[in-house]
Write a protein that binds this ligand. Sequence first.
Ligand code: ADP
Length: 263
Amino acid sequence: MSSPDTLVRMHQVSKQYPNGTVALKGMTLDIRRGEFVSFLGPSGCGKSTALRMLAGLASVTAGRIEWPDGGQSTAADADSHPISFVFQEPTLMPWSTVFDNVYLPLRLKGATRRAVRDEVMATLDAVGLASFADVYPRELSGGMKMRVSIARAIITRPRLLLMDEPFAALDEMTRNRLNDDVLRLWAQHGLTVVFVTHSIYESVYLSNRIVVMAARPGRVIADLPVDAPYPREASFRTSPEYGQLVREVTANLHGAIHDAVAH
Ligand code: ADP
């Protein structure tokens, strides 16, 4: 049974690719509104596959994905509250300014620049880039490009924000800053986030729930609450509580890796 807060429910979801690889087996998971969930696990455990199925970008081989509110990925619903995706590569249009990159999803819905100018600027402001509206992506650092990508993802007020290792290519300082930015945006905009990472530290810092996965076949082996309160700030990273949580998650993840080797 889903709780009233359930946004989306994966029920015994499996994915086998045409070449026979079982990328995911029997994944059952309720994602509740307002949660910040991380999918954590070694490479090849089906994290991206699970995310792509949630987004409707990959088909489900067995089991089902339900949106209890009737929020199936119908065209109409996708229009009002789409599912947004942020990838490791910011995938910006190099020939367009920062403003136009963030405006793109609204332009595709038929909104004029003038009608949504304030909204685009407010979103750029939320990611600290209001003064870069007229700049082209090539003039931005990696972290700034990622901020543009996040702004483009949240401007549609998505019912679900999916992030697939968005900061893996960034240096640690930038990554930490972006972690703080994402948490701030999550709280301010009341987002529901599923965040794929293979960093234990990142998953503990960000999430209120960590879904630990193992490979061959890809599957969920633990679903851990992270009860530390928000807002989490730099001091949380050095707190005993954080250290304890990291140890707990590490123990579970080691279980995942040993499991995978044994298979
Ligand atoms: P993760 O994101 O955890 O690294 P993936 O979901 O990318 O895992 O992949 C899970 C498994 O499925 C891996 O063994 C991977 O090689 C395989 N896989 C992913 N995409 C495809 C595909 N399009 N065709 C065949 N196998 C795939």
